[in-house]
Design a protein around this ligand. Structure first.
Ligand SMILES: Nc1ncnc2c1ncn2[C@@H]1O[C@H](COP(=O)(O)OP(=O)(O)OP(=O)(O)O)[C@@H](O)[C@H]1O
Length: 344
């Protein structure tokens, strides 16, 4: 049984009496992309520093590839740190070195001979799509290209784990997409385990297979991203984090929404479906099977970590118990938000 590449058991860390990390436990299996999200001050950076062996928790253990980060003497931590690659929000490239020189640095520190270094740099430049840029200086690159160099540098010593600290927060939306696509491809092709710290739910939705939500230094949700996002039992903090990426009832409809059903009224329903149910043609099935009109008011089908996920507000005429049972079978967390007159 794979006990996980990373095992975090009951770690706590306080600063001047303030508990930044409060009894945190979770496991990351090989090949997962774990997204760690939380509001400002939730403890994300404190956790990342402990995971990267840049800080030690006061109590608890962090096992990486079976080695206890919290118990190793400083001298042995250096070797273990080479198994961990870091990708930073602001890239942290050395302006005095070329792109190739930046990627070379961790290889030089690890004592890799020049010929092997050069071969590895060529390989990494190709992997991140910068084959023609090795001779350039960081100042000549765009933000997205700088982050590609940051990723190549982090991968130089073939780490077992990649830690990304708000890796796309300094980038525009289009560049963010290309960097997330690159990280997803590296995860797929190299089987590399990635932990991403972010405050953006959109980043989580796009690539995180698993999710940890932190609040006031505690883990409040932990599991497969799709399960947490599709669940009907989300905590207020989860709902608040999700609200930025969730469909909303259009204002004109919201203004006419009432709590009780009336003859001829249409039901406004929130539907969330993951997996196979997300691919079903729900609206046309409602038409064919029940002979009712159904339209999407907001949202639709997208993907979460490569799996289909439907999140939408729909309007259904003549909402009967039979229709409710049918939809409830697809989405047990279904919510009837209210009713609007049929002319809307
Ligand atoms: N070195 C430190 N000294 C004192 N307090 C600290 C230190 N590091 C973190 N804290 C405190 O611990 C708590 C968690 O901080 P942390 O930076 O880990 O949160 P975060 O989720 O990364 O926040 P942000 O998204 O704003 O970066 C905060 O209350 C912070 O003020």
């Amino acid at each position: 049984m794979d006990i996980g590449l990373v095992q975090v058991s009951h770690i706590s860390r306080s600063f001047g009496g303030h508990l930044a990390l409060d009894d945190i436990s979770f496991t990351v299996a090989r090949g997962e992309i774990l997204g760690v999200i939380g509001r400002s001050g939730a403890g994300k950076s404190s956790l990342l520093r402990c995971l990267g062996a840049l800080d030690r928790p006061d109590t608890g253990h962090i096992m990486i590839e079976g080695h206890d980060l919290t118990a190793l003497p400083q001298s042995q931590l250096i070797g273990l740190r080479r198994r961990i690659g870091f990708v930073f929000q602001h890239f942290n490239l050395l302006g005095s070195r070329t792109v190739a020189g930046n990627i070379s640095l961790p290889l030089e520190i690890a004592g890799v001979p020049r010929a092997r270094r050069n071969a590895r740099i060529t390989e990494l430049l190709s992997l991140v799509g910068l084959s023609d840029h090795g001779h350039k200086w960081p100042a000549q690159l765009s933000g997205g290209q700088k982050q590609r160099v940051g990723i190549a540098r982090a991968l130089a010593n073939a780490p077992a784990l990649l830690l990304c600290d708000e890796a796309t927060s300094a980038l525009d939306p289009e560049t963010t997409t290309s960097i997330l696509d690159l990280l997803a491809r590296i995860n797929r092709e190299l089987g590399l385990t990635i932990i991403m710290i972010t405050h953006e739910m959109d980043v989580i939705r796009r690539i995180a297979t698993h999710l940890v939500i932190l609040d006031h230094g505690r883990v409040v949700e932990n599991g497969p991203t799709l399960d947490i996002l599709a669940a009907g039992t989300q905590l207020p903090v989860t709902q608040a984090l999700l609200s930025e990426t969730q469909p909303r009832v259009p204002p004109a409809i919201r203004a006419r929404l009432v709590d009780t059903d009336r003859p001829g009224a249409r039901a406004v329903i929130r539907l969330r479906m993951g997996g196979a149910a997300a691919d079903l043609p729900v609206l046309s099935t409602l038409g064919q099977r029940f002979g009712v009109d159904a339209t999407i008011l907001a949202g639709g089908t997208s993907e979460i970590a490569g799996q289909p996920f439907a999140d939408m507000i729909v309007c259904v005429g003549d909402y009967s118990a039979g229709i409710h049972d049918f939809l409830h079978g697809l989405d047990p967390s279904l919510k009837v938000l209210g009713y609007v007159p049929a002319d809307l």
